[in-house]
Design a protein around this ligand. Structure first.
Ligand SMILES: Cc1cc2nc3c(=O)[nH]c(=O)nc-3n(C[C@H](O)[C@H](O)[C@H](O)COP(=O)(O)OP(=O)(O)OC[C@H]3O[C@@H](n4cnc5c(N)ncnc54)[C@H](O)[C@@H]3O)c2cc1C
Length: 392
């Protein structure tokens, strides 16, 4: 089954391209192109520009306050978005907290939180993983004990991306330790300014500090900030993970990067090396296959079939290709990648002979994360083997 893109969808794509090109700040595009670190202000400033057109909460329905795009328009949007050097918008509010609140929250929660997420007012983070509870998430141990109209939260989260920047966290906690693990979990929205929260940065292998440990010491969370029913958080968490995985192929971004690498290789005279040409060609073929798979799954879902566990394939192949591209950049630029400069990564450009190479090692190291987060690729393979191939 192939995907039909109508003239109206193409016109929408042109509208998206024009808006992004006209509004993407040059300095920000340069930072993205050169793999430099982005600040909270970079993200928030750019997300404000998207929100001004109601394209920040891009997947939301009109009822939830979003643009109400059809699945094909959304696909067209993502392709146009990936083609420009724009930051990947923070997903925790728009693609995770928002859809859960919209699906399972009270009317009061919807009125309070959804407009602020859509308009990029609050910055969100995700409090799922704990030491000892990553792939085996149901083993989490952070507790929330009821005390009148509050829960008292104690415990620790880990790998919490941008907890240091966040205003709010959506968080899985144990409200009942006497039942089987999946049944005793609840879904809380926690104000990150609550007394008793400590955020401690974790320095990653590339020198960045994008994620954190978060400690809760007698943190009081109003019961009205629980989404849905007590003890049903596992259902909401799983709903959210499916949302997360569908948008994880990154094919459009990889397509842009592959084009940049081809240009860079030609510009510095490396395109004549048969090993580089072979790698570029191989990645082109793999990317075409990924794009085809994405379009096929979308076409199937338009025909009424739920793509379900097959989205795991998008995550596996998409992240492997992104990692292979970051490796290829090292092999194209070779020794030009070697100087490692925090000053460059933090935005200084002056005096760098080859800026396309200067951030390449840090990016290569940083992207090791892709096959771990959002359900590791080993876990995705387990899902495929059980649910698609029906192997035991
Ligand atoms: C950059 C980054 C950002 C993150 N951001 C967040 C965040 O914002 N919020 C949050 O809550 N979490 C976040 N995480 C955590 C992420 O969700 C976990 O790292 C992930 O779920 C894996 O859990 P773990 O690290 O505990 O590894 P483990 O679950 O201990 O796994 C260790 C290894 O064993 C393999 N493995 C485990 N179980 C199985 C199995 N059943 N079959 C086969 N292989 C298996 C895994 O694939 C992995 O290779 C982030 C992680 C990264 C890398």
């Amino acid at each position: 089954m192939s995907l039909h893109i109508s003239d109206a969808d193409r016109a929408f794509g042109e509208e998206v391209r024009a808006y992004l090109r006209a509004n993407l700040p040059e300095g920000l595009a340069r930072k993205v192109r050169h793999n430099q670190r982005l600040t909270r202000e970079d993200y928030v400033g750019w997300q404000d520009i998207l929100a001004a057109r109601n394209w920040y909460a891009i997947g939301w329905s009109r009822e939830a306050g979003g643009p109400g795009l059809t699945p094909v328009q959304r696909y067209v949007y993502e392709r146009e978005y990936g083609a420009v050097c724009a930051p990947h918008p923070c997903q925790f509010g728009i693609a995770m907290a928002g859809p859960v609140i919209d699906a399972f929250g009270s009317d009061r929660q919807k009125a309070r939180f959804l407009p602020r997420i859509r308009d990029n007012v609050d910055f969100w983070c995700q409090g799922y993983s704990e030491p000892g509870a990553g792939s085996d998430l149901a083993a989490l141990r952070t507790t929330a004990v009821r005390d009148g109209d509050h829960y008292v939260v104690n415990g620790q989260k880990i790998w919490t991306t941008w907890a240091n920047w966040a205003d709010w966290m959506f968080c899985l906690v144990k409200t009942d330790t006497s039942v089987k693990p999946q049944l005793g979990i609840s879904f809380l929205l926690i104000d990150m300014r609550s007394p008793g929260i400590t955020v401690r940065p974790i320095r990653t292998i590339d020198g960045d500090a994008e994620f954190n440990e978060v400690f809760f010491n007698d943190v009081r969370v109003p019961v009205e900030n629980r989404v849905g029913e007590e003890g049903r958080g596992w259902t909401y968490a799983k709903f959210l993970l499916e949302h997360e995985r569908f948008s994880m192929s990154g094919a459009a971004r990889s397509r842009r990067i592959l084009g940049e690498l081809r240009e860079d290789a030609a510009r510095i005279g490396r395109i004549g090396d048969p090993r580089i040409r072979e790698r570029l060609a191989r990645l082109e073929i793999e990317l075409l296959a990924l794009e085809h798979m994405e379009a096929r799954l979308l076409a199937r879902s338009l025909g009424g079939d739920n793509p379900g566990p097959e989205t795991s394939k998008l995550k596996i192949r998409g992240t492997e290709i992104a990692q292979a591209l970051s490796r290829l950049r090292l092999d194209i630029f070779r020794q030009d990648c070697l100087p490692y400069s925090d000053a460059f990564l933090d935005g200084a450009g002056a005096g760098v002979a080859e800026p396309a190479a200067a951030g390449a090692v840090a990016t290569y190291l940083n992207l090791r994360k892709l096959t771990i987060w959002g359900g590791s690729n080993e876990i995705q393979r387990m899902i495929l083997s059980k649910q698609v191939l029906e192997l035991e």
